[in-house]
Ligand binder design. Structure first.
Ligand code: ATP
Ligand code: MG
Length: 326
């Protein structure tokens, strides 16, 4: 039997290259090795303000991006969190073993609270307890995530330890899997690329849009003039080259930047071309899937039913352990 894991993304907007290179690309590669459950975590997404009329489309957009990136519903389970109520039920139970101070020290909470100062709700603080429930319901042994999620995963392990110690061994402590694109900065060159920050290259951006965005993206800010040598190691665009360009091209750009033989605009042109080429098959598949929405909805519903069978079993075991066993 294969080991299992759960990982997911929030339907807070269209998925971007940070989501792809940080998480989804790894998911695709792990499908043969593990039994994978990929969630669209909509209960997480409602912890920030949103328009209810848009949510269904965002959920479909997220599912379509998973499928277009190579998630295969024959191999893996694609599910919607809110269709499996065991997620919120287990989250409540985990709340009772999670000290408030553990939640308050999370950098992501502090970040989101400052971004959403008008809406610092309890759900925002409690996010990691729900995330731990997502992971535990499927007894995940690993979780492929981007670097920003590492504190959450550490907290998840602490919650597992505390629960196991109090009620007897129940949950494995999941290890992280982080890939080459674990932290992609946004086009501003400062913040993490985030759906909610409008600093993204989206998986469905056309070559024209990609060029428009890259042409104004922030590079090595110390390189003021074309003839100044640059430092590729601190340039966000060079880190993107590492994800989409060929080895020889990366070397050429590195040297060219360090010696000022090539300027930022030349570098951006090559990047825009390579990025567009890399994303083209995903964008095409997305367009095709938008024409077949019924199939996409069926995949989500069927996957959620499948996930629920496992989730129900785990929750039954948990309730028994904590004495809620009538
Ligand atoms: P939001 O701004 O709403 O939090 P997000 O862009 O951070 O959205 P999530 O749905 O929170 O995306 O994260 C989904 C997955 O993508 C997680 O594994 C996360 O670590 C990863 N991820 C998100 N942003 C990046 C990034 N800039 N670089 C690498 N990985 C990322
Ligand atoms: Mg996020």
């Amino acid at each position: 039997m294969k080991e299992r894991f759960f990982s997911g993304a929030q339907p807070t907007g269209s998925l971007h290259i940070g989501n792809y290179f940080g998480a989804i690309k790894n998911w695709v590669q792990l499908q043969d090795k593990y039994e994978c459950i990929f969630g669209i975590v909509d209960y997480h997404a409602i912890t920030v303000s949103y328009d209810p009329k848009e949510m269904k489309n965002r959920i479909l957009d997220c599912a379509i991006s998973y499928l277009a990136s190579g998630i295969d519903p024959e191999k893996s389970t694609l599910m919607l969190q809110s269709l499996v109520p065991e997620h919120t039920e287990l989250a409540w139970i985990l709340n009772t073993v999670t000290p408030l101070a553990w939640l308050e020290r999370m950098p992501t909470f502090k970040e989101k609270a400052s971004q959403h100062s008008q809406n610092i709700n309890a759900g925002l603080l409690d996010y990691p307890a729900l995330m731990a429930a997502d992971i535990f319901l499927y007894k995940s042994v690993v979780v492929p995530v981007g670097e920003d999620q590492l504190p959450h995963l550490e907290l998840t392990r602490e919650i597992a330890r505390k629960f196991n110690k109090t009620f007897g061994y129940t949950f494995p402590e999941p290890k992280e899997i982080v890939g080459k694109g674990a932290r992609i900065l946004g086009l501003d060159g400062v913040n993490k690329m985030s759906k909610s920050l409008n600093n993204c290259i989206y998986l469905n951006d056309s070559p024209e849009v990609i060029w428009k965005k890259l042409s104004t993206a922030v590079t090595d800010t110390n390189r003021k003039r074309r003839r100044d040598p640059g430092n590729p190691e601190i340039c966000n665009l060079f880190s993107m080259h590492k994800l989409v360009s060929k080895k020889e091209e990366i070397e050429m750009i590195k040297k060219g930047c360090q010696t000022a033989e090539i300027g930022c605009l030349d570098c951006k042109k090559i990047l825009a071309e390579n990025m567009s080429r890399k994303l083209e098959p995903i964008r095409e598949k997305q367009n095709m899937l938008w024409e077949n929405l019924q199939d996409v909805e069926d995949i989500i519903r069927e996957g959620s039913n499948r996930a629920r069978i496992i989730a129900r079993q785990t929750l039954r075991e948990v309730k028994k352990k904590i004495g809620l066993d009538l």
